[in-house]
Design a protein around this ligand. Structure first.
Ligand SMILES: [Zn+2]
Length: 328
């Protein structure tokens, strides 16, 4: 039941710390963007109201009337039922527990809303508009605070039996490895998420092997952000560069398994860690994957950096909204 006169969509990227909301035109060009902090301490009502306010201001910036908005899409971390738009559980936003997010947002924004998992939604963005455009089989690995992933099979997002397919962050790399947030040991995320990398970088600082990082961030793991590590490497912290290379090799091991199992045409690497240190990581992960993946699968697979950066989720979400509500 689409209305063809309504040309605009809203894309919302709900993160644990910030929310990005964009207004897009019929060709998915971004007309305006509003960024805000995620309010997690004032409950669900204030949270929904704040998104409504952001939408209002983004529509005003884009000179778009609310009545011309066809639909909105949102990407949210956690377990989400894609049909009902109910968030079963979201790790950093405690009140999103069995919460009908699509319905609440729809009431607030005055248009239909579709809600999906953030990483899966971002991968739809990269597949439709970014690095994986034109490929029928693609794997996305997103290296951020944690490690996320999503899979496109035969041109469509593969969700699996309960919607959670693509959790590459919890591929087992080392059974004796560090404890992971999921309760197991040695998952890819427990070894190559930013928190894990920062912890080992802090050890280098403490051992006086990373003087530039020491000057910038000290040994506080939370202060050791991707940008600070990238800068310290450019300034000459060789031990830190070696650490990042080693981490990229582990990502390459995981990629080899995925390439063997799924035989994709492309693997897309994205996320904040990747954006900050992409050149080192891409080359090292690619090499390490090719040393391990089986011949026929490894031969033709491409490895590429994500292209949409901060906008993959808002663009993917807007595309989903249009696909779901735009066809009459
Ligand atoms: Zn895990």
């Amino acid at each position: 039941m689409g209305d063809k006169t309504k040309r605009y969509t809203i894309g919302i990227d709900i993160g644990g710390t910030k929310i990005l909301l964009a207004v897009l035109d019929s060709r998915f060009q971004i007309l305006s963007v509003v960024k805000m902090k995620t309010q997690t301490d004032q409950g669900a009502r204030a949270f929904i109201k704040a998104i409504g306010k952001a939408a209002k201001s983004a529509l005003r910036d884009a000179h778009v009337d609310r009545s011309d908005v066809l639909a909105a899409g949102a990407g949210c971390p956690g377990m989400i039922d894609p049909k009902s738009g109910i968030v079963r559980f979201s790790p950093n936003i405690p009140f999103l527990k069995n919460f009908p997010l699509a319905q609440k947002l729809s009431r607030e924004l005055g248009c239909p809303v579709v809600v999906g998992n953030d990483v899966q939604t971002g991968m739809i963005g990269e597949h439709q508009f970014g690095a994986a455009k034109g490929y029928r089989n693609a794997v996305g690995i997103f290296l951020g605070t944690g490690v996320g992933g999503a899979i496109i099979l035969n041109g469509e997002l593969y969700r699996g039996a309960s919607g959670s397919a693509g959790e590459v962050g919890h591929l087992l790399i080392d059974p004796e490895g560090p404890l992971c947030g999921c309760g197991n040991r040695g998952c890819l995320e427990s070894l190559t998420g930013r928190t894990a990398i920062a912890a080992e970088a802090a050890i280098l600082v403490a051992r006086q092997r990373a003087p530039h990082l020491a000057a910038k961030a000290g040994t506080d793991i939370r202060a050791i952000k991707s940008g600070a590590m990238a800068k310290a490497i450019r300034q000459g912290d060789r031990a830190l560069e070696e650490l990042i290379r080693h981490k990229a090799q582990l990502v390459g091991h995981a990629m080899a398994s995925l390439v063997n199992v799924l035989n994709p045409e492309i693997v897309v690497l994205g996320g904040g860690v990747m954006e900050a240190m992409g050149r080192i990581i891409l080359r090292e992960a690619d090499r390490s994957m090719r040393q391990r993946a089986l011949g026929p699968s490894a031969k033709n697979v491409k490895v590429a950096a994500a292209k949409l950066g901060d906008y993959s989720i808002v663009m993917g979400a807007a595309k989903r909204a249009k696909d779901q509500f735009g066809k009459s």
